[in-house]
Design a protein. Structure first.
Ligand SMILES: Cc1ncc(COP(=O)(O)O)c(C=O)c1O
Length: 351
């Protein structure tokens, strides 16, 4: 049976060019990265810092680890940090900021990832009051996963930076999919990162590497992050073997390939929407399509039935099914899936 896997862009397998890059490695291209001696990792970190527009970068095992080392490097235990209420760090990183970082978490509501600054101001603690924990970090997610891959515009990030400076906060970007934002708006990636103190982006999502993420920021930040990565068990020795895929992922043509995923997401959304069903299909800005059910049905049954039909997706709430397009899903897969999805939705929703 044909399987189309829309569960996440994390399921991607490497491209042929990536495998070739791996095959081109030999002893001279790998070394002990904990000692800073792996030429391939060093090359990737240098390239990543250039691309993202920061002084320095660090290769980490995952997005989760990258976010955590960023938080640990810029806060002290007992500080309070501001996280968006549906953010990945808050919802899906096992509470590591609290458990490992000793951080108090204050969530903020938002309109698709963007808070009201007036409301946010009210959440800032009084540094002069000895009873209160200091608020020291503000985190944003771009593109925002649970809000359906929506983009936070560069001009809004500039406002976020002004807000952060005014309140003496570090500004962290969970940019797991920040390249999707840049490609979709056709804006240089540095427009999204120039006002950010620390950024994490994933190589292992739309950029299709099998493993790894990058954190980037000032040299001082990266020195700290390296120490915390070691503390978390992320010192990976001959890591050039896995870092090598990232050198292909950061080539401009590979970054630009994300546009295909966006086109496919648009096709999928339009195709599903063309059926007259009690659903709201969110207009995708990048590679995530959210189908929101207007009827009260057991969503997991729909997702299970889709799965039995070879269409894999996740329900991200009681009403929303998420479809993520990525490398390995082509236009004919989209046409094929639209029919399958509409059949299943019709069966469940038109009764
Ligand atoms: C927005 C966001 N941040 C961080 C992560 C964590 O990345 P990883 O799965 O590599 O730990 C994810 C993973 O899906 C994500 O969607």
């Amino acid at each position: 049976m044909k399987i189309v896997d829309f569960r996440s862009d994390t399921v991607t397998k490497p491209s042929e060019e990536m495998w070739e890059m791996l095959r081109s490695l030999d002893d001279s291209k790998i070394g002990d990265d904990v000692e800073g001696e792996d030429p391939t990792v060093n090359k990737l970190e240098k390239r990543a810092a250039e691309v993202i527009g920061k002084e320095a970068a660090l290769f980490v095992t995952s997005g989760t680890q990258g976010n955590l080392v960023s938080l640990l490097s810029q806060t002290n235990p007992g500080d309070e940090i501001l996280l968006e209420e549906l953010s990945h760090i808050y919802k899906n990183e096992v509470g590591s900021a609290a458990r490992i970082g000793g951080l108090m978490i204050r969530t903020y509501p938002s309109n698709k990832g963007v808070p009201s600054f007036d409301q946010l101001q009210k959440l800032i603690r009084d540094r002069e009051d000895i009873h209160e924990p200091p608020t020291t970090l503000f985190s944003v997610e771009n593109t925002h996963n649970y809000h359906g891959g929506v983009i936070i515009r560069p001009e809004v990030i500039k406002d976020m930076k002004e807000f952060s400076d005014k309140n003496d906060l570090k500004l962290h970007l969970d940019g797991a999919r920040i390249f999707n934002a840049a490609v979709s708006l056709k804006v240089p990636i540095t427009e999204f990162t120039r006002h950010i103190d620390s950024v994490m982006f994933c190589l292992s999502k739309g950029l299709s590497c099998p493993v790894g993420s990058i954190v980037a920021g000032s040299k001082e930040f990266i020195t700290n992050a390296r120490r915390y990565r070691k503390m978390l068990g992320g010192g990976m020795r001959q890591a050039g073997i896995i870092a090598s895929f990232g050198l292909i992922a950061l080539e401009q043509k590979w970054i630009d390939r994300l546009e295909e995923d966006h086109k496919n997401a648009k096709l999928l959304a339009e195709g599903i929407e063309s059926y007259d069903l009690p659903i709201n299909v969110h207009k995708p800005e990048t590679n995530i399509v959210i189908v929101e059910l207007k009827k009260n049905v057991r969503i997991f049954k729909i997702v299970n039935t889709l799965g039995k039909d070879g269409i894999l997706a996740f329900n991200i709430s009681k009403e929303k099914i998420r479809f993520v397009t990525h490398y390995g899903i082509f236009e004919d897969d989209i046409q094929y899936s639209i029919e399958k999805i509409s059949n299943v939705l019709t069966n469940y929703l038109s009764a």
